[in-house]
Design a protein around this ligand. Sequence first.
Ligand SMILES: Cc1ncc(COP(=O)(O)O)c(C=O)c1O
Length: 337
Amino acid sequence: MIDLRSDTVTQPSDGMREAMARAEVGDDVYGEDPTVNRLQERAAELMGKECALFVPSGTMANLLAFLAQTRPGDSIILSESAHPFHYENANVAMIGGLLTRTIDDPLGKVTAEQVTEKMVQIDDPHCSQTTLAAIENTTNRGGGAYYGYEEVEAIGRVCHDRGLRLHCDGARIFNAAVAGNIDACYLARPCDTICFCLSKGLGAPVGSLLCGDRETIHRARRFRKMLGGGMRQAGILAAAGLYALEHHLDDVPEDHRRAGRFRRALEEAGVRFPLPSPTNIVYVEIPDADRAVSRLAECGVRVNPPRAGWLRVVFHRDISDEMLETAIEAFKQALGK
Ligand SMILES: Cc1ncc(COP(=O)(O)O)c(C=O)c1O
């Protein structure tokens, strides 16, 4: 099977498995796992932040960022397409006690003007006060759209002018950095916190890092324990993350190149695309998406139908050029092109 459902389906590489087996470990709830500590230091360095915290998932990283920087009853600003709004089981409401003020944009991106319009900070006992805004870079439901430095900087400025914190869900921040030809730490700079995933394009089996200032990360650490995310000999997992940062980062541009080749080949065959595809995620327009999923599966290709009339195709490090060409032919066949 050629699995294009998500960039989370990758298998750990041989070198990564070896690094995991050799990892020096300790009890991380006591802060004594040297490999976790090294990963956290490396993540903080890459994002240009004081500290980082290793957490089991992107979902937990986002939730910790919200918990550590807001109080129950506050409101937060998000795109209507944001992962925490759609796919994190209402945890911001249930656990954070937060109200979401959402902005509608097909690419899942928000502008500084839209963020400003959504801020509520009036001294009126009726109104929840807005204390945080979050952006997603790159956007999952927006076809992998990315923010450039100026856009993030403008959003950071309006947030900080009004005393709001800015969080970046950078699950795929390295895809944004590659697409924008910029070091990821510049995309992180205007944000108070940023998280990124090791288990997507970087090919590690588990884990995300939440990065920010010392005090915020200290608070996040308490919430991580509260939520059951305190891990013990987690160095085995952190070793995979360190390996990914050292050896797999350079492969990210290949995923974008393959996504581009896939899109161009199918465009030439008359297939339509509802959104631009600047990074590793391609949405395909197709009237009967469920039927197309079954026909593609018969041809050995797995994809997801994220919404009516759309297929989602995601390129990742386990897709070779040969698999790409096979997938293109399977799509042509399945879509009758
Ligand atoms: C943009 C974005 N944020 C957060 C997450 C959540 O990550 P996890 O599945 O590790 O909880 C995802 C997962 O696909 C994502 O795409």
